[in-house]
Design a protein around this ligand. Structure first.
Ligand code: ADP
Ligand code: MG
Length: 210
């Protein structure tokens, strides 16, 4: 995998959050302020513009560029959280021109650590962590078991989707949804939903470029 994988991943995210914008807005309208779909779409549209303007950066530098772009274009909680996640992931890759599956695990683990650090959310708090953490753990475990990268990343995206659905019965303990207390129960978390889209986008990008 190389810079093309990162570029493809970001473009796949942009098209899927744009396609799911109204759904993400509806989910956020139920337990938040209804801007998650527009936040993510605006942010990743800006990311694609930044990629188009880039003149051949390494994968790590591209991730950092994308993270900085999200921080500067998205006002909601998801902007700084995903922005710092991508920047942390970029730092793992440094200046190297390509990377393997084991390093992809470290990129995603650093992204998860940064979300947890900044947002102080634990699994079960009904946030994006509930989709991202099982995805990272599944990717790590499948690769350690000798699975192919394609199969492991597919399982990781599936784990993010399962984690997303598992947020429905949870009561939110972080972010705006936590203000609703028990009334947040019975709704799927918007940030976990976009995180599942982001992991599925990674699966498509990896399959197309590795
Ligand atoms: P805002 O809540 O500021 O309007 P968004 O609507 O874009 O921002 O994003 C909401 C999502 O952000 C939530 O569904 C949740 O998954 C995630 N989120 C909010 N606060 C946190 C946090 N402290 N830690 C992790 N994720 C969080
Ligand atoms: Mg919101």
């Amino acid at each position: 995998m190389d810079a093309k994988t990162i570029s493809r991943w970001m473009r796949e995210i942009e098209s899927s959050v744009r396609a799911e914008r109204d759904h993400l807005v509806q989910l956020d309208a139920a337990i938040g302020d209804g801007d998650h779909g527009t936040n993510m779409t605006r942010g990743f549209e800006a990311v694609v513009q930044a990629l188009d303007a880039d003149g051949g950066s390494t994968p790590g530098k591209l991730l950092s560029l994308c993270g900085r772009t999200l921080v500067s274009t998205v006002g909601g909680a998801s902007g700084p959280l995903w922005g710092s996640a991508l920047r942390s992931g970029g730092r793992v890759l440094g200046d190297q021109p390509s990377f393997e599956g084991a390093q992809l695990v470290e990129v995603l683990a650093a992204a998860l650590a940064s979300v947890k650090d900044l947002g102080t959310a634990a699994p079960g708090d009904k946030t994006m962590v509930d989709a991202l953490e099982p995805a990272v753990e599944t990717l790590r475990a499948r690769l350690a078991d000798g699975d192919s990268l394609e199969s492991a990343i597919d399982a990781a995206a599936g784990a993010a989707e399962a984690g997303m659905r598992a947020t429905i019965p949870l009561q939110a303990r972080k972010g705006r949804a936590s203000y609703l207390g028990e009334r947040s129960v019975g709704h799927q978390d918007p940030g976990a939903t976009s995180t599942a889209l982001i992991m599925r986008a990674l699966q498509r990008a990896v399959t197309a470029t590795s």
